[in-house]
Unconditional design. Structure first.
Length: 233
């Protein structure tokens, strides 16, 4: 069964966005994954179709109403066991490991917040998994949902032209990836490292591993520590 994404949003016209292009777009055309949207506003019941209200306790901004959002979630998840994600800067930061788990399932239901966020009770009552795409604040969950789906779709079976190319990427081995080069051999007086054109595959693998390790040490020591916590003791 193909991977199925359902996105709950106040801006369905933002989808599929960039996912309609390139590898993800072609995979969608081939039916390897699908994306549908639910307009949260369609689940409002008053004549103004209100989806938000002022924060209890006061303060700036508006909060998405729990009753309206719950109806939208219930409509999307009827007889459906797909994980329900809520895009949220307070969520667990997305990792390649979680992306891989999600990609191996049937699909996802993704709720996009807006304004100040959503009423806490709907997060609790519908057991939404809060997911963050990084330590910064967006104006809405839509770009975050597109990002999560991009990361998932590119590793679905058969989506990337060359399935092997995912194997050595950043994070897959707990390291950042080694640098890449391509022709011309010399560009602006800069040479491709000779080892890469030596034809010695053993030496090339070794060089790449060393580069990856060095880069990770310099830029993301936290990744090395996560992979080998004993080194910090
Ligand atoms: N007041 C909230 C921010 C709301 S931003 C706070 O300080 O935590 C509005 C919406 O954008 C959020 O509900 C969420 O859906 C989305 N969003 C913002 N930053 C995000 C991030 N880093 N990751 C995922 N979603 C994010």
């Amino acid at each position: 069964m193909a991977f199925r994404a359902t996105v709950l949003t106040l801006y369905p016209e933002m989808f599929p966005g960039h996912l309609g292009y390139s590898l993800a777009g072609k995979a969608m055309e081939r039916g390897q994954w699908s994306l549908d949207t639910l307009q949260i506003r369609d689940f409002a019941t008053d004549k103004h179709r209100t989806v938000d209200d002022t924060p209890a306790g006061g303060g700036a901004g508006m909060v998405l109403k729990p009753d309206v959002l719950a109806r939208a979630i219930d409509s999307a998840s009827e007889n459906d066991s797909r994980p329900r994600l809520l895009m949220s800067p307070r969520g667990k930061p997305l990792t390649q490991e979680r992306v891989r788990e999600l990609a191996s399932g049937d699909g996802v239901i993704i709720v996009c917040g807006r304004f100040e966020g959503v009423d806490q009770r709907v997060i609790d009552a519908r057991e939404l998994e809060e997911v963050s795409i990084g330590d910064y604040v967006l104006s809405g969950g839509e770009p975050a949902a597109l990002t999560v789906l991009d990361a998932i779709v590119r590793i679905l079976p058969g989506v990337m032209g060359n399935d092997l190319s995912g194997l050595h990427e950043s994070f897959e081995g707990g390291l950042l990836e080694h640098p890449h080069y391509t022709r011309p051999q010399e560009w602006e007086s800069r040479e491709i490292p000779p080892i890469l054109t030596s034809g010695n595959h053993g030496a090339i693998d070794k060089w790449r591993r060393e580069q990856a390790l060095q880069l990770t040490k310099e830029r993301r020591p936290d990744l090395l520590q996560a992979a080998h916590p004993e080194n910090s003791r």
